[in-house]
Design a protein around this ligand. Structure first.
Ligand code: ACO
Length: 306
């Protein structure tokens, strides 16, 4: 106990073999599993556009991006496993609705511009939230986040560049980009989680060095980053209350519809059912791959032992 507290106080890393309080372990498993689930469920909204990308270049970029998300899921399940849980068990909890994934992936991708809005806003929000996680007190999670953030930064830039091309294109393309930003803005702000006053885990996670900033702090940082970027894109953010507050040196912004957030978390968002049923089906259809890999590993192990 004392060694754990000293490590946290010195801002050093806790490693898998170190002693840690049960609640610390449980909270990390909860957060890392939710994060891993978000990465693999997050492949679906964009994969929807893989076969309809407008050029070979766009298709190659999008394919790489969706594959990166799968990779992020794998690093994160790997990080969770260092805490003594089994990947199968975590997937089972996702498939039976006992563990969450990010609210944002329950919204539909209606047009090609949504791919740009996801890159710019959703991956932009993800980076804002995840860069501080590179300094998380749990070593394997912090290290996984370093590579993930580098890749997320490429994703954010491809989204920005895609939206810029549409914004500078024909009138219809500009309108399509604006419509996508209008639909993704508010759900992106919800990604940061409930307001601090209603966030049950923040205080504990901050004391343990799992989280470095509160949900509201990161949400504010994200708004401040996006405002000048929207201007450069020639697009507007759909919030009539968004304005610079000289006194605070930050932007004020309008009220978030937390009822919508809670509805999505309860499984009643626009795409919850579709996302989970596709995920379950993909898992079932992949059973033969897992069986073959396990049989191959057993054969190699038997050969090595002989
Ligand atoms: N979507 C779904 N669930 C959420 C969301 C969200 N956007 N925000 C908060 N929640 C859940 C929490 O998981 C928690 O649920 P639980 O008690 O059943 O576990 C509950 O709402 C209360 O929230 P908090 O007390 O604020 O929870 P926490 O301190 O864990 O903060 C946060 C939530 C900010 C998402 C944190 O877990 C985190 O930083 N996670 C890592 C990043 C991540 O998961 N990103 C996923 C999307 S990014 C991407 O994949 C591209």
């Amino acid at each position: 106990m004392r060694a754990f507290e000293a490590t946290i106080a010195a801002d050093e890393r806790i490693e898998p073999r170190d002693w840690m309080p049960d609640e610390y372990r449980a909270s990390l498993i909860r957060q890392i599993a939710q994060h891993a689930h978000s990465e693999i469920i997050g492949m679906q909204p964009e994969a929807n556009w893989l076969t309809r990308a407008p050029s070979l270049r766009r298709k190659a970029i999008l394919l790489a991006k969706v594959q990166d998300e799968a990779g992020h899921g794998l690093y994160l399940y790997g990080a969770a496993e260092t805490l003594g849980v089994d990947r199968e068990e975590l997937l089972d909890k996702l498939h039976t609705g006992r563990q969450k994934y990010s609210s944002i992936f329950n919204y539909p991708t209606l047009t090609w511009a949504d791919v740009g809005a996801i890159g710019w806003l959703v991956d932009g929000a993800a980076i804002t939230n995840q860069v501080p996680l590179c300094r998380c007190s749990y070593g394997p999670y912090a290290r996984a986040m370093v590579r993930i953030c580098k890749e997320e930064s490429f994703h954010q830039r491809q989204g920005y560049e895609l939206l810029l091309a549409l914004s500078r294109g024909t009138e219809a393309q500009h309108a399509m980009a604006q419509d996508a930003v209008n639909r993704w803005w508010w759900p992106s702000l919800m990604m940061f989680g409930p307001p601090d006053a209603e966030s049950p885990h923040t205080a504990r996670s901050m004391a343990w060095g799992i989280k470095r900033h509160t949900n509201d702090e990161l949400r504010q940082r994200f708004v401040d980053i996006c405002v000048p970027q929207a201007e450069s894109l020639g697009l507007t953010l759909p919030d009539p209350d968004l304005r610079w507050n000289e006194e605070r040196g930050r932007h004020d912004f309008g009220a978030i519809d937390w009822e919508e957030f809670r509805r999505v978390l309860r499984g009643r968002g626009p795409c919850n059912e579709q996302r989970l049923s596709r995920r379950r089906r993909a898992h079932e259809e992949g059973a033969w791959v897992r069986e073959a890999a396990a049989a191959h590993a057993a054969k190699r192990a038997a050969r090595a032992a002989a």
